[in-house]
Design a protein around this ligand. Structure first.
Ligand code: ATP
Ligand code: F6P
Length: 478
């Protein structure tokens, strides 16, 4: 009888980490070989250049890859003593302001160094303007003393219109301006930026000994210097792919399949009659929420996703990486059959569903690794509609919504439902559009045998689009 098959770290993906003398290699949770280096990503740039947004995205991306990361935002440290400063607080000739700001930076660095003492804590982001050469040199020295590498990431942008839009989008609602008139807040923030502009020094030739990545005009130009190891290059590559153009990502499971009806997992079955109805309704469902925006459709290589996307009038691309989680020896079995044939495995999967790897198949952790290029491509792209499978959809959704590894494999994602994700500053908005076509539920609750259940009468009525229901929920990225 097969035994618990926990995915061992590091046995299937070994990118060439460039080892330097004295540094030991080890593998992180997702089996990616990393050096035993700890990196402090030091944000650099004037206010309202997207530093916090970039920092949060990097943390979410690394968390999703099981690389422990944390953001240390100096603004929050400053806010404990000076919650509502006016622009003059940031005037560099204001000695008291200067002292308090320095103390906030010091407190953040001290906490960060403490945090790095825990073995698996690998990447910290020091989120502040760090706008002078002397401040950057001080951080580098502090990190050098602790054996922490530094990667400076500058966001440089002089597009006045974009900066004003940024101020209106995020700064007028900042805790710094609670209860204040948004117009006044915007004016004050503009003044604050002027204070910084007087002393701001961009990363330049004097600092070529530093490891850095300079992102100019939201990535239209990127300058990189002295990138030394695998983790650093991975972060930089991610940063190079980010953009802030307005766009949405639509995700849907394939229509109900013949296997869904019989409760079997995996396989390469055709759509059921109701699945085909969903495929026919999908174009109207999409155009209701996308209008006439240009879209590209991504499917897996399995028949049921191609059949679901068949009537969509857009360019299509099929990806092997979007195929359903491989259930190995359990492919084509029902959950009840698996429980009977492999009781220990069935229990083990419930205990740690994210890490459990089917014998001869995959775990959720494995799926995340193969989805990483998909995420990178999604970050580079604009409007994309993905037609894929339950487990894969959960992993993609978890990336955008910051869902934990404990929760994501258990999320309920109904068939015949289109999910629209719209990235905004600091959060991703979610809307769900249900097609009025009945389908079985393939969701199995932890600890249950869960035969795939049939829809309860009245739950969904007739197979027509006029019943498309719009559910809107805003979820904030943690
Ligand atoms: P502060 O120094 O006040 O904390 P910040 O640089 O951290 O400011 P954010 O709060 O992250 O700025 O600003 C978010 C805004 O910046 C969003 O409106 C986002 O669209 C925009 N943005 C994101 N990336 C960039 C970029 N590379 N260049 C300019 N703006 C960007
Ligand atoms: O039942 C539909 C399905 O897509 C299966 O093919 C797949 O094995 C399963 O869902 C993944 O969901 P879970 O990880 O909850 O078993």
């Amino acid at each position: 009888m097969p035994q618990l098959n926990r995915a061992p770290a590091g046995d299937f993906m070994r990118p060439a980490a460039r080892s330097r003398v004295g540094s030991n290699s080890k593998t992180n949770g997702v089996g990616v070989q990393v050096e035993e280096t700890r990196i402090c990503v030091v944000m650099v740039g004037l206010p309202a250049r997207g530093k916090s947004l970039i920092a949060q995205k990097v943390v979410r991306y690394l968390d999703w890859l099981s690389i422990t990361a944390k953001c240390f935002n100096v603004g929050s440290y400053r806010r404990t003593g000076t919650p509502h400063p006016s622009a003059s607080f940031f005037d560099f000739s204001n000695k008291e302001g200067e002292r308090l700001r320095r103390a906030a930076a010091e407190a953040a660095v001290v906490d960060m160094c403490k945090w790095f003492r825990k073995p698996d804590n690998l990447i910290a982001i020091l989120d502040a303007t760090n706008s002078t050469k002397s401040r950057r040199r001080w951080i580098k020295e502090r990190c050098d003393a602790e054996g922490i590498e530094t990667l400076f990431v500058e966001s440089k942008c002089d597009d006045e219109e974009l900066i004003m839009a940024n101020i209106k989008e995020v700064k007028t609602t900042s805790p710094d301006y609670v209860g204040q008139d948004p117009e006044e807040a915007a004016k004050d923030f503009r003044e604050r930026i002027k204070m910084y502009e007087r002393v701001y020094e961009t990363l330049d030739e004097d600092e070529t000994d530093l490891t850095y990545c300079k992102i100019i005009d939201v990535g239209s130009q990127v300058i990189i210097n002295r990138i030394q190891d695998y983790l650093q290059s991975r972060v930089v590559y991610y940063l190079m792919n980010l953009h802030i153009k307005p766009r949405s990502i639509w995700i849907s499971r394939h229509g109900e399949s013949m296997y869904n009806l019989s409760g079997q997992i995996g396989g390469d079955a055709d759509l059921s009659a109701r699945g085909q109805q969903y495929a026919k309704l999908l174009p109207s469902l999409v155009s209701k929420s996308a209008g006439d925006r240009p879209l590209t459709v991504w499917t897996s290589t399995l028949k049921r996703t191609g059949q679901t996307a068949r009537y969509l009038p857009y360019e299509k691309l099929s990806w092997k990486a979007l195929d359903e989680l491989d259930s190995g020896v359990c492919d084509s079995m029902t959950y009840a059959e698996i429980e009977e044939a492999y009781p220990q495995d069935f229990k083990a999967r419930d205990e740690d569903k994210y890490n459990y790897r089917y014998l001869g198949g995959e775990s959720y952790r494995d799926v995340v690794i193969r989805l990483e290029p998909i995420i990178m491509e999604l970050e580079r792209s604009e409007n994309i509609l993905i037609v894929t499978h339950q487990a894969v959809l959960r992993c993609i959704y978890a990336y955008f919504m910051g869902v934990s590894q404990e929760q994501s494999p258990w999320m309920e994602v109904p068939l015949h439902c289109l999910i629209k994700l719209t990235p905004r500053a600091y959060k991703t908005e979610e809307e769900r559009f249900h097609a009025d076509v009945p389908a079985v539920s393939t969701w199995r609750e932890k600890g249950s045998k869960a035969e795939h259940s049939v829809p309860t009468p009245g739950q969904v009525s007739s197979p027509v689009l006029q019943g498309v229901e719009k559910e809107s929920a805003q979820v904030t990225i943690s």
